[in-house]
Design a protein around this ligand. Structure first.
Ligand code: FAD
Length: 309
């Protein structure tokens, strides 16, 4: 099931079909804050009123035309300005393929410099989301060789515990003092590069989390896994790691109860808020993570197709 959904997430024809479907759009609204910058910033503002910070993500990836990458960059610049104007902490997440990495590294770099200069001026932060494993090395090299020296305090990367290579990557990033978000990984990967067994992915998460909490620079623990979160809380208590030295991160629309519980317990929580018209691959990855969401979707289809009396 998971593999099938991840495969479908890469089919453009399916996206065109789904985007026209009102029901799918309504379902997507559970995980996506809307299609416009206004809607994204409004969602961030609502969270900030509840004491939760946000990272705003303009949905889009695998851009193949320069004009599209430049348009996405300009939207990011607007997002940064709008967040600052709304007194919301300035924090965005961006995919390098959305900035043109597949077209050319120089184009991608030029776009990222615009975004990072603006973020720096606004004392904000830009997270480079991690994409499929074909991009891991390129993303980490790009970050280390082209961005870190000038923008290290305003820019960070993501490590996926499902990848076999991640232990070494975390050590290298800790040695640099880079800011890392740790997640399990949302992409379909071959067993040669990723652990096929979920138990191994979770154990890897725990090992990497410990290294980041004890030797890293303000890690972001991105997970909704209560067992892992409980282990994180145990570890920080044992090692006297204050709540200002790390943050929990969760996805918009997922486990709001847990977000509130952690916040009430004095922990920092950041919510990743995706918005934009390109919501289909993102939605499919969320369905793949929790097939119960499909039952929810189908339940709605059935309810809406039965005539009401
Ligand atoms: C802030 C943030 C940023 C991320 N950035 C990236 C990235 O850059 N690259 C990348 O590859 N992946 C990214 N991810 C996705 C991540 O890799 C996982 O796919 C996703 O978080 C689910 O894993 P989990 O740790 O919650 O654990 P899981 O074991 O998948 O889930 C644990 C529990 O969380 C709940 N849950 C998880 N997902 C859902 C859902 N969709 N709907 C409802 N309940 C759910 C369920 O109760 C489940 O039992 C990010 C995730 C977060 C939270």
């Amino acid at each position: 099931m998971r593999q099938g959904l991840l495969w479908l997430s890469e089919r453009q024809g399916m996206f065109n079909f789904v985007r026209r479907n009102g029901l799918a759009r309504r379902f997507a609204s559970r995980f996506v804050a809307g299609e416009s910058i206004d809607e994204g910033v409004t969602a961030a503002l609502e969270l900030s009123r509840r004491g939760t910070t946000a990272s705003l993500d303009l949905l889009g990836e695998s851009v193949t035309a320069e004009g599209e990458a430049v348009k996405a960059r300009d939207q990011y610049l607007q997002m940064l300005d709008r967040m600052a104007a709304s007194s919301v902490e300035v924090n965005v997440s961006v995919k390098l393929t959305q900035m043109g990495l597949d077209i050319g590294e120089d184009l991608c770099y030029a776009n990222m410099v615009h975004i990072l200069d603006r973020a720096k001026a606004l004392r904000g932060f830009v997270r480079l989301d991690m994409e499929g494993s074909a991009y891991t090395q390129r993303t980490l090299d790009f970050f280390r060789d082209r961005l870190f020296d000038s923008y290290g305090a305003h820019c960070g990367v993501v490590i996926q515990s499902m990848l076999r290579r991640s232990e070494k990557d975390v050590e290298d990033l800790n040695a640099m003092g880079a800011r890392v978000r740790l997640c399990k990984g949302a992409y379909l990967e071959p067993p040669a590069v990723a652990f096929p067994d979920k138990g191994d992915v979770d154990r890897s998460y725990l090992r990497l989390m410990e290294r980041l909490l004890t030797a890293g620079n303000y890690p972001g623990l991105a997970t909704h896994d209560e067992t892992i979160i409980a282990r994180a809380l145990e570890l920080v208590r044992r090692e006297s790691i204050g709540p200002d030295r790390f943050e929990f991160q969760m996805l918009y629309g997922v486990r709001r109860d847990l977000q509130d519980r952690l916040r009430h317990g004095g922990h920092r929580v950041r919510v990743y808020i995706p918005f934009g018209t390109q919501w289909y691959p993102y939605l499919m990855r969320r369905l793949a993570e929790r097939p119960a969401n499909i039952a929810f979707l189908l339940g709605n289809v059935v309810r809406e197709s039965v005539p009401r009396r």
